[in-house]
Design a protein around this ligand. Structure first.
Ligand code: GDP
Length: 295
C-alpha cells in the first residue's frame, strides 16, 4: 500500500540527511520533492500546494532540537501535517435510545453493498441490532447480494419487488419494519450509477428528504484517486454528507483520495475498507494512516 508516496517522501527526507540543521536551501529542495511525491500519488493540486506551505512554515519556524537529526525533525513535522490534513470527527454517531438511520450512497462498483454488510457486522459485534434495507433497485443483483450478505452477518434484510416499488417507499417501509422488530440501527443501501447523473441525485435527495436519515455516508473507491474526491464533492453538494468510507485501500492505491478528500470536501473519513471479506472494515485513524504513508 502507498509504495510510491512512501518512497517519494523518503527520498525527500534524504535532502535533510547529513546536514547539521534545517536550512532554507534544504527545505526548498526537500519540499519540491514532497510536492512531487504528493502529486504522483494523485493528491489534489491545491491540497499538495497547501500542504507543502504548511510544512515549510513549520520547518522554518522549528526550533533546532539537539536530540533529533534534521531529517528526523522534518519527518515529525510532515507526520503531524498529514494527521492534521485528514483529521475530523471519525466516530459514527449512534443514538443511545431509539433508532439510528444511516443512508449509504456511492457510485456503482465502489463497494457500497459490501460495505453495508461490513458495517452491519461491525455494529452487531458492538452490541447493536443492525437492520439492512435493499433500496438499490437499479442494479438487478443488488437485492440478492444484500440478502446473501445479511445471511452471512445474521442481520435481517428488508426488500420489496423492484418492479412494483420505488426506493423512497422501500426505505420508509424498511425503517418502519426495523422499528417494529426492535432494531437499533438501519442501514439503507441506495442505488449507484456508473457516473454522477441528475436522476441518481434526485432519487437520493428524495430519500434524504422523505426518510430524513440521521447520517449519510458516501462510499468511494480509493483506487480511483481524484475521481473519488470529485464524486465525494458532488454528493456532498447534493446531500450534505456526514462521512466518507474509503474502500479498496488494500489494492494498488496511491493514497491521493485518502489525503485529499477531507481537505477538498470538509467531510471526514469514518472507515476504510481493506479487503473483500466482511470483516475487512477498519475505523479510520489519521495517525495510523499517516504512519502507513510514511512507511
Ligand atoms: P456496489 O456496486 O457499490 O454496491 O459495489 P459492491 O459492494 O458490489 O462491490 C464491488 C466490488 O468491490 C466487489 O467485488 C467487492 O467484493 C469489492 N470490494 C468492496 N470493498 C472492497 C475492499 O475494501 N477491498 C477490495 N479489495 N475489494 C472490495
Amino acid at each position: 500500500m502507498f509504495e510510491g508516496i512512501t518512497e517519494g517522501l523518503t527520498n525527500a527526507f534524504s535532502a535533510f540527511r547529513g546536514s547539521g540543521k534545517i536550512t532554507e536551501a534544504n527545505i526548498r529542495d526537500g519540499m519540491k520533492q514532497v510536492r512531487t511525491a504528493l502529486l504522483e500519488a494523485d493528491v489534489a493540486f491545491d491540497v499538495a500546494q497547501d500542504f507543502v506551505k504548511q510544512v515549510t512554515e513549520q520547518a522554518i519556524g522549528a526550533e533546532v532540537l539537539k536530540s533529533l537529526r534534521p531529517d528526523q525533525q522534518i519527518v515529525g513535522i510532515v507526520n503531524q501535517c498529514l494527521i492534521d490534513l485528514m483529521a475530523g470527527d471519525h466516530q459514527l454517531a449512534i443514538k443511545r435510545d431509539g433508532i439510528t438511520v444511516i443512508m449509504m450512497c456511492g457510485l456503482q462498483g465502489s463497494g457500497k453493498t459490501t460495505t453495508c454488510g461490513k458495517l452491519a457486522k461491525m455494529l452487531k459485534e458492538d452490541g447493536k441490532s443492525p437492520f439492512l434495507v435493499a433500496a438499490d433497485l437499479q442494479r438487478p443483483a443488488a437485492i440478492e447480494q444484500l440478502k446473501v450478505i445479511g445471511d452471512q452477518v445474521g442481520c435481517p434484510v428488508y426488500h420489496e419487488d423492484p418492479a412494483k416499488s420505488d426506493p423512497v417507499q422501500v426505505c420508509r417501509n424498511g425503517v418502519k419494519q426495523a422499528k417494529a422488530s426492535g432494531a437499533t440501527v438501519v442501514i439503507l443501501d441506495t442505488a449507484g450509477r456508473l457516473g454522477i447523473d441528475d436522476e441518481l441525485m434526485k432519487e437520493l435527495q428524495r430519500i434524504d428528504n422523505r426518510v430524513a436519515p440521521d447520517t449519510c455516508l458516501f462510499v468511494c473507491d480509493a483506487m480511483t484517486g481524484q475521481d473519488a474526491v470529485n464524486s465525494a464533492r458532488a454528493f456532498n453538494e447534493a446531500l450534505e454528507l456526514d462521512g466518507v468510507i474509503l474502500t479498496k485501500l488494500d489494492g494498488d492505491t496511491r493514497g491521493g483520495a485518502a489525503l485529499s478528500v477531507k481537505a477538498v470536501t470538509g467531510v471526514p473519513i469514518k472507515y476504510v475498507g481493506v479487503g473483500e471479506q466482511l470483516d475487512r472494515l477498519e475505523q479510520f485513524h489519521p495517525d495510523r494512516m499517516a504512519g502507513r504513508i510514511l512507511g
